[in-house]
Every structure is written in structure tokens, then in C-alpha cells.
Design a protein around this ligand. Structure first.
Ligand SMILES: *[C@@H]1O[C@H](CO)[C@@H](O)[C@H](O)[C@H]1NC(C)=O
Ligand SMILES: *[C@@H]1O[C@H](CO)[C@@H](O)[C@H](O)[C@H]1NC(C)=O
Ligand SMILES: *[C@@H]1O[C@H](CO)[C@@H](O)[C@H](O)[C@H]1NC(C)=O
Length: 588
């Protein structure tokens, strides 16, 4: 549907005759929870109350595989290259950067309040939201809040929290996810007392993030769990997939240089994995209690419960120590489960979605569509889910370092005074995850010049990079719609070039930037031989250096050629590149 200025105005101002029509939201956001290592299988209450009663989105992705940038992406509905909150700390990220960029006045909770919602949040919000800057300025947009604060956020038994912007309170000795649980139940009861207004409650415990003490000195550990869960999962091990500590090195750049993991490390990683599963049990209990309270307050039928994580996690895959920040499936493919009015029970949805889509989804349900955001609402009803699947792309990006977790933090070449070795520095990349019925792959361009392409139909473990000489036979065999690897590569590189700069509509329909006549809507359309020359001639995605933040001048070509312009050059001969970035609007 093409929206005109007029229809957008009508849509935007659609009045809600009765506030009671607006649904409530309970949003449970875990920290670093994986999909690929099967963590959901170890959460029986989540299975019972959400998976069996709701829809699991099995192709859901984060777009930046690290906490703060991912959370800002999630709560603003905008790509990280547009928020420019790309790191955990200033100058490139963290709470101060979120504030500096104006999002404290312009993000989901504020928009929900404008739509008549009471809004609440407890747990971790962003990194670099600290015991010192918690009220400078206070977080805006919540009627009730109780935030975990740095530098204690990742200490499971030493939380500091600010309630409604007041002086931080210590919870030393109490188990952080349980503290969050009780605060969440309190907010749920507060919200239920105001029957005239719908509510949104964010619940963000740190489980199953690793325990990390940063003052007075850095100490990295496995996640900590509550005593009542200590007896669980004594025998569990990380799934021994093909990419688990592989014999041959895999990946590119610093990943390719990782040594084989020793038995000592593997043992530690398995215990790390078990600790994660135990830490998640506290979250599992939250799921049950939330559903029960909603039910006893008579609110369950009109409440969407959304369950997801900020990013995924790897442990030992590709020989990696515990951590995230990579474009591998372990890090970007994450759980998303939705239970609520009209959402099919026990259903598995195959639509491709990302965190950028969740704020648009919530706003849609709350009564105000926002097509200016970078995501689009995901289908929730049986009817919407039955429509032929349109989207196939996820735009993934990253700037900065990969940081190892756990006590053997040994990767990388980057030293910081006072910290020592902090990780692998050259971890800046642009990636495209394309997933359709006939093809599924990951394409990544790194700041180092490395490129990766994994054909995930044949190589779901991402062990054979088709750009590697050793995989040349696989590249020679590779076809999509009868076209060769290099023909496919030309197309997807152009798609990535559009996506790395996309904004609003161009993020939803990136092919329309290259083909404004809408003749191309998918990779298959673009693969027609008549476009061969056009795609071959496109500027290629590249970097001139590895930076820790989004420095545009270092990020290669910024404009794609447009098919119509190439076909019908303007009189006078000089080609004018189509400027889409930032200038696209629904009115053009
Ligand atoms: C919640 O906050 C909004 C915005 O400040 C306000 O309009 C609304 O009245 C508040 N709700 C309650 C119950 O105080
Ligand atoms: C990181 O990338 C830069 C290029 O931007 C290169 O000069 C440097 O050698 C790289 N470091 C490592 C360890 O690969
Ligand atoms: C992103 O923020 C950094 C730090 O403030 C700044 O140097 C950079 O120019 C910004 N990038 C863009 C594309 O605005």
C-alpha cells in the first residue's frame, strides 16, 4: 500500500473512541539469551504459558548484536545507523549518547503515553546509565520505573537501582532477577488499578548475562543463579553442532585466528552454559507469575505478552569464547514469542522480522501506525500470518570491539590502559541476512576488507565461506534461480549498500531504491539477466579503515545507482545519483 500525505494524516490522527479498546503490553526482555543453543527448551513455564498459547517467530533477528545499541534500536524502531547509538559507552553509545541524540523525548514509552498509556519499566535499560548520571537527566517516558544501574548492572548479588529517578538503593545480597520480578509484579498491580488507561510494562532482568564485576577491578564470571536452581542441569552440555570448536578455523579476521579450545576451556564453557540455563529459571518463574496475575486481574484477554532478548550468544562455536557481537547466527538469531488477542496459539511463524519491527508493531496495536520508522509491524493474526511472505532481508550492522566474557577473556589484540586486553578491535562490519523459501544466507563485509558468504541451506553451521579459496568448489556449485555466485554477489552487495544507509520506507522496501518502478521486489527479480551489467557496475560496499564508531567518511560509497537513471540518462549526459538517504519521504 502506498500512503499519500492525506491518508497518513488521517491514519495518524485516528481517534480512539474508547480507551478500553487499546490493548496492554507486558514486554519481557532478557539479556543475551540464545535461540541456537536451545535455551527455550529449558524453560517449561515459558513453553506452557507463552509458546503453547502464543506464536513463536522463528526467524527473528536483532540488528546489532550487543546490548545498548540493540536496545536503542528496539525501543526507537530505528536502525543503529540512524540512531548512531552504536556502542556501550560514550562517545559512540550508552545512555548519555541516547539522551544527546534526543531519544529521551522521542521513543516508545513517550509515544505510548501520548496515546493514553500508563508506562512502567524495571530492570536494565541501557549501559552507561549509572549511579552518577541516573538523574542527569532522568529517564523520560515512564509513569513508574526502577532501573538497574552501572557499574553494578551485571553483578547478580549487588544491584543498585533508582526508583522513579530517586537516589540509588543497594540490593546487596539479593538475587537481581528476583528483585526485578517483585518490582514488576508491583507495577503490574499498580497498572491494574487504573482500569481507564491501558498500560505497557517492560521487564528486563539481566539473566542470562554473565556476571561481571567492574569495580574496583574487572572480574568476569559465569552467570550467577539463585540457590533454589543450583541443583538443575548437572549433565547438560552445549550442543555439539558442527561449528562447535571446529577442527578447521572458520570465519574471517580475528575469528579465523582463534586457536582450538582446550579441554579445560570446554569444561568451563559447558559449566558457563549450565549456569545460563539456571539463571533463566528465574525468568521462567516471572513468565508464570505475570500470566497468573494478568488472569486474576481479568486483563489477560486484552494483553499482549512479548518475550525476546536483546541479542543472541555464542559459546565455543567457531572456537569463540562466551560472547556476542558477531554476525553469526548464534549472535543475531533470537527468540521472539508473542501471546495476546488474536495471536494464534501454539503457532510457529516463518516471517522474517527484526528488533526494528517491534516498536512499529506495538504502536500499530496501540492505535497509531508509524510508517516513518525503519521497521514495519509484524503480522500477528492468523489471517495476517497466512499472507504470502514478503520480507526476506535483515540488515545487521556493528561497530567496535568483540568483548570476551567469562574468566578466560583471552581473545583480541586491543589493550586499554587499566583494563588490559579488552577484546578484538576490528569487529566493524555490515551484514545482510537473507532468508526465503529457496535460499538462506549471510553476507558480510568487514572493515578489514574481508568478506563472508555462507549458504545456510547447505551450510547451516556457517563453516564454509564461499569467498575462501578452499570453498571454491562450493562457490562454483552455488546457484539461485540458475544464476552464479558472482551474479548473486553483485545483487546482494547492492542491496547491502542500500540497507546500510536506509531510512524509513527504504528499509522496508530496499529494492525500490534501486528500481523505483517497483519491477524488482526480491533477489530473484533482481537476478534477471537484463540487470547483470547494472549490478556489476554498482559501487561496492567497503570501508577505508576500522573505526570504533560510525564515521561516515570511512565507510566507502554512499550512493547506489538507480536503474531508471542508468537506462535513461538525463539530457546533458551527466548522471545524477539518486539521493535517497534521509531524503525519502512518503510524499515523494
Ligand atoms: C502517566 O504519565 C502521563 C505523562 O506524564 C500522564 O499524562 C498520565 O496522567 C500518567 N498516569 C498516571 C496514572 O498518573
Ligand atoms: C585492524 O584493521 C586495520 C585496518 O583498518 C589494520 O591496519 C590492522 O592491522 C588490523 N588489525 C588486526 C589485528 O587485524
Ligand atoms: C556518530 O557519532 C559520532 C560520535 O559523536 C560522530 O563522530 C559521528 O560523526 C556520528 N556519525 C554520523 C553518521 O553522524
Amino acid at each position: 500500500m502506498k500512503l499519500t500525505a492525506l491518508s497518513w494524516t488521517i491514519l495518524a490522527s485516528a481517534p480512539w473512541t474508547s480507551a478500553s479498546k487499546q490493548p496492554n503490553f507486558v514486554f519481557i526482555l532478557t539479556d543475551d539469551q540464545d535461540y541456537e543453543m536451545k535455551s527455550l527448551d529449558y524453560m517449561p513455564l515459558l513453553q506452557k504459558y507463552l509458546i503453547n498459547e502464543g506464536t513463536s517467530y522463528e526467524r527473528h533477528y536483532c540488528t546489532v548484536a550487543i546490548c545498548c545499541p540493540s536496545r536503542v534500536n528496539l525501543w526507537t524502531g530505528q536502525a543503529a545507523h540512524n540512531t548512531n547509538v552504536t556502542d556501550l559507552h560514550p562517545p559512540y553509545g550508552g545512555y548519555p549518547k541516547f539522551v544527546e541524540r534526543g531519544y529521551n523525548e522521542n521513543w516508545l514509552p513517550v509515544w505510548l503515553q501520548q496515546l493514553g498509556y500508563n508506562t512502567y519499566y524495571t530492570g536494565k535499560l541501557f549501559n552507561a546509565h549509572t549511579v552518577n548520571n541516573y538523574d542527569d537527566p532522568p529517564v523520560n517516558g515512564f509513569n513508574g520505573s526502577d532501573f538497574l544501574l552501572d557499574p553494578y548492572t551485571y553483578e547478580y548479588f549487588n544491584a543498585y537501582m533508582t526508583r522513579n529517578g530517586a537516589e540509588p538503593v543497594s540490593y546487596k545480597g539479593e538475587y537481581s532477577p528476583d528483585v526485578i520480578a517483585n518490582k514488576a509484579y508491583g507495577f503490574l498491580d499498580d497498572a491494574s488499578k487504573d482500569p481507564d488507561r491501558p498500560f505497557f510494562i517492560g521487564i528486563a532482568p539481566i539473566a542470562p548475562h554473565s556476571n561481571m564485576r567492574s569495580v574496583p577491578t574487572l572480574k568476569r564470571d559465569t552467570p550467577f543463579y539463585a540457590e533454589r536452581h543450583a541443583h538443575l542441569f548437572k549433565e547438560e552440555k552445549i550442543p555439539r553442532t558442527k561449528n562447535f570448536n571446529p577442527k578447521e578455523p572458520s570465519g574471517v579476521g580475528w575469528v579465523k585466528n582463534l586457536p582450538v579450545l582446550s579441554d579445560t576451556l570446554i569444561e568451563y564453557h559447558d559449566e558457563f552454559y549450565r549456569a545460563r540455563l539456571r539463571a533463566l529459571q528465574s525468568v521462567d518463574e516471572i513468565v508464570e507469575e505475570v500470566v497468573k496475575r494478568l488472569e486474576s486481574n481479568g486483563l489477560l484477554h486484552n494483553t499482549y505478552i512479548i518475550y525476546t532478548s536483546d541479542n543472541g550468544y555464542h559459546i565455543s562455536q567457531h572456537r569463540l569464547p562466551p560472547g556476542k557481537e558477531c554476525p553469526f547466527e548464534e549472535d543475531i538469531h533470537i527468540p521472539l514469542i508473542v501471546r495476546g488477542p488474536g495471536v494464534p496459539a501454539g503457532h510457529t511463524a516463518h516471517v522474517v522480522s527484526s528488533h526494528t519491527d517491534l516498536t512499529p508493531t506495538i504502536l500499530n496495536l496501540a492505535g497509531k501506525a508509524r510508517p516513518d520508522l525503519d521497521g514495519s509491524a509484524i503480522p500477528l493474526t492468523e489471517k495476517a500470518l497466512a499472507k504470502p511472505d514478503s520480507g526476506e532481508h535483515v540488515n545487521v550492522e556493528f561497530w567496535g570491539r568483540a568483548i570476551p566474557e567469562g574468566k578466560y577473556g583471552w581473545i583480541g589484540d586491543d589493550f586499554l590502559p587499566g583494563f588490559g586486553r579488552v577484546g578484538a578491535r576490528n569487529n566493524t562490519y555490515k551484514a545482510l541476512r537473507l532468508s526465503a523459501a529457496d535460499y538462506s544466507f549471510l553476507y558480510t563485509v568487514w572493515c578489514t576488507g574481508d568478506k563472508e558468504f555462507y549458504d545456510m541451506k547447505r551450510d547451516p553451521d556457517q563453516l564454509h565461506n564461499l569467498f575462501d579459496d578452499q570453498s571454491i568448489h562450493l562457490a562454483e556449485d552455488f546457484t539461485i534461480a540458475g544464476r552464479s555466485f558472482s551474479q548473486v554477489h553483485d545483487r546482494i552487495d547492492s542491496l547491502l549498500l542500500v540497507l546500510k544507509l536506509c531510512k524509513g520506507k527504504t528499509c522496508h522496501s530496499p529494492w525500490s531504491v534501486l528500481h523505483p518502478d517497483d519491477a524488482v521486489r526480491s533477489l530473484k527479480d533482481a537476478l534477471r539477466p537484463k540487470f547483470d551489467e547494472f549490478y556489476k557496475e554498482q559501487p561496492k560496499v567497503s570501508f577505508s579503515s576500522c573505526q570504533l564508531g560510525y564515521l561516515k567518511d570511512e565507510e566507502g560509497p554512499q550512493h547506489a545507482k538507480v536503474w531508471e537513471t542508468v537506462q535513461h540518462p538525463r539530457p546533458g549526459g551527466k548522471q545524477v545519483p539518486f539521493q535517497y538517504e534521509g531524503h525519502w519521504s512518503w510524499w515523494t
